[in-house]
Write a protein that binds this ligand. Sequence first.
Ligand SMILES: Nc1ncnc2c1ncn2[C@@H]1O[C@H](COP(=O)(O)OP(=O)(O)O)[C@@H](O)[C@H]1O
Ligand SMILES: O=C(O)C1=C[C@@H](OP(=O)(O)O)[C@@H](O)[C@H](O)C1
Ligand SMILES: [Mg+2]
Length: 193
Amino acid sequence: MPHAVSPLAEQARSALGRRNLVFVGLMGAGKSAIGRLVAQQLGMPFVDTDTEIERVSRMTIGELFAAYGEPEFRALETRVVRRLLRSGSKVVSTGGGAFINDRTRRQIERGGVSVWLKADLEVLWERVNKRDNRPLLKTENPKQTLEKLMQDRYPIYQRADITISSRDVRKEVIADDVMHAVIAYLSKGRTNR
Ligand SMILES: Nc1ncnc2c1ncn2[C@@H]1O[C@H](COP(=O)(O)OP(=O)(O)O)[C@@H](O)[C@H]1O
Ligand SMILES: O=C(O)C1=C[C@@H](OP(=O)(O)O)[C@@H](O)[C@H](O)C1
Ligand SMILES: [Mg+2]
């Protein structure tokens, strides 16, 4: 197992112990990118649930949505999240809808420390706008769709253990914010997970 790479990472790693660290939030918030970076810094395994879903189904997320629809995708996502959270401590980046699904959210609540990467519409839009791999944004007005998803989902993401502002600064800055917040959150006497 690789070692944490800085004193901050070292401290966050030791605070986490055997817990999973789970990134949640809207499309474009940086879950996949920041999750990977934080995992590297902590010296922990990293899994992105969308990548794992694509691996086990041998289909892309777009193909899955097109062939089976969103409900089937959510069922697969629930199973993948459950399995990942039970198989040793790691950093897990979820897809944007995972924490919104009641069953998946309960697994995350039980199985790890959740971090909501919260971003404003302009930041999200700048980032998702560059790729067309997100089936939920294949609408006539994808920016408006994203705004609607913010309104619907932010009250639920708010239930995450930790909230981090995912703004337009270097990824390393956000990763440091996450590690500081993990240390602060877990030093509040939480020893039950
Ligand atoms: N702090 C950041 N600075 C610059 N680019 C970022 C930052 N965070 C994320 N990105 C980029 O934004 C895009 C969307 O990020 P991604 O991690 O795929 O988001 P999510 O998994 O939450 O949908 C990616 O190209 C990623 O590299
Ligand atoms: O918000 C959502 O419901 C989704 C977000 C996507 O992941 P990212 O948030 O990593 O883009 C992916 O899981 C799928 O397209 C559905
Ligand atoms: Mg992602």
